[in-house]
Design a protein around this ligand. Structure first.
Ligand code: SF4
Length: 62
């Protein structure tokens, strides 16, 4: 599973990094970026939780 953050939609709330810092990291432009692909079911579940936690639905996966 691969995650993506839509840079246009992200409002920089930091929720995704809070829920799943192994996959989402805030960058200098104030937006979250994907820094890795999940390498275990646990991390994948955390990343899906982060996707749900995003208030503007900026996170998607395929
Ligand atoms: S939760 Fe959504 S809006 Fe907040 S930093 Fe992450 S991608 Fe951006």
């Amino acid at each position: 599973m691969k995650f993506k953050v839509d840079q246009e939609l992200c409002v920089g709330c930091e929720a995704c990094e809070g829920v799943c810092p192994k996959i989402f990291k805030m960058q200098e432009n104030g937006k979250a970026h994907v820094i890795a692909d999940p390498d275990s079911a646990d991390i994948e579940a955390d990343a899906l939780e982060a996707e749900e936690a995003c208030p503007v639905q900026a996170i998607s996966h395929e």
